[in-house]
Design a protein around this ligand. Structure first.
Ligand code: G1P
Length: 287
């Protein structure tokens, strides 16, 4: 079984839900406490042994590319001033030379199309997809790491899932579940944003380990929910052909594509920080 070495980060979205903040700043660069959202996803990938980060960007997203570059002037200035703690912090965000690739999705044709744009960089290897809007928080056992362990045992394709309220099933890719073994459930079917009769309340929460054959299915460009090329529809066609499992995420999910979820993530992560928790808690108590 080939190891998962590459990850795709679809970051071409316009971020309309966060306007006007996202008029000039990509939504993936909005900070949760003091790190941009994209850094959490990249750190999660690194913790799972991913080496090659592939960002599918679009117009107006240059800040993401600059962020993963070496900030030469900033480093020189900090060095002169002897600010070594801050230099260490910045060094932690650096990717190895040649390990970050940026390609553009020229038209907003859907998540499936964004992933397909990375096909030549993926080649014939399994790969991960991480949607940075979803901050899946378990520092001791990051989500993609949990999934690579399942992948090592089962092979094929693995998606992370969580139970959502029945009323919210029309916002997600929903799993039709088969036999369950602890946190791992066989996937019998997948439906993108079902308007009626959801097969379960198990929603896909933005983390995928996929086999490269999905690219051939995405290449057909078939439209699904919202008239977009859906990753879910291509995944559904792999069920029965390759192993397909859902792994219930053990951790806390913050939906940072949503304003309330984004604010909650900031509060929750600040309360976990030794340097911030007391001040933030004291302020919250005054509300
Ligand atoms: C995408 C996927 C959906 C998944 C969701 C998780 O939808 O298409 O299957 O459940 O991400 O956040 P989007 O939120 O981009 O509409």
């Amino acid at each position: 079984m080939k190891p998962v070495r590459k990850a795709v980060f679809p970051v071409a979205g316009l971020g309309t839900r966060f306007l006007p903040a996202t008029k000039a700043v990509p939504k993936e660069m909005l900070p949760v406490v003091d790190k941009p959202l994209i850094q959490y996803a990249v750190d999660e990938a690194r913790a799972a042994g991913i080496e090659q980060m592939i960002f599918v960007t679009g117009r107006g997203k240059a800040a993401i590319e600059d962020y993963f570059d070496i900030p030469y002037e900033l480093q020189a200035t900090l060095n002169e001033k002897g600010k070594h703690d801050i230099l260490d912090l910045i060094a932690d965000t650096r990717l190895a030379p040649g390990h970050a690739a940026f390609i553009r999705q020229q038209e907003p044709l859907g998540l499936g199309h964004a992933v397909w744009c990375a096909r030549d960089l993926i080649g014939d290897e399994p790969f991960a997809v991480l949607l940075p809007d979803e901050l899946l928080w378990n520092p001791a056992s990051p989500c993609l790491k949990q999934m690579t362990e399942t992948y090592a045992a089962k092979g094929g394709n693995v998606v992370s899932v969580l139970e959502v309220p029945e009323a919210h099933t029309d916002r997600y890719g929903i799993v039709d579940p088969g036999a369950a073994d602890g946190a791992v459930t066989e996937v019998r079917g997948l439906v993108e944003k079902p308007k009626t009769n959801p097969p379960s309340r198990l929603a896909v929460v933005g983390r995928y380990i996929l086999q490269p054959e999905i690219m051939e299915l995405l290449a057909k460009g078939e439209r699904g929910a919202g008239n977009e090329i859906q990753l879910t529809d291509a995944m559904a066609k792999l069920i029965g052909v390759q192993p397909f499992h859902a792994q219930t995420f053990d951790g806390v999910r913050h939906d940072c594509g949503d304003k309330a979820g984004f604010i909650q993530a900031n509060v929750a992560l600040a309360l976990e920080r030794a340097d911030l928790a007391d001040d933030v808690r004291a302020f919250l108590k005054t509300l």
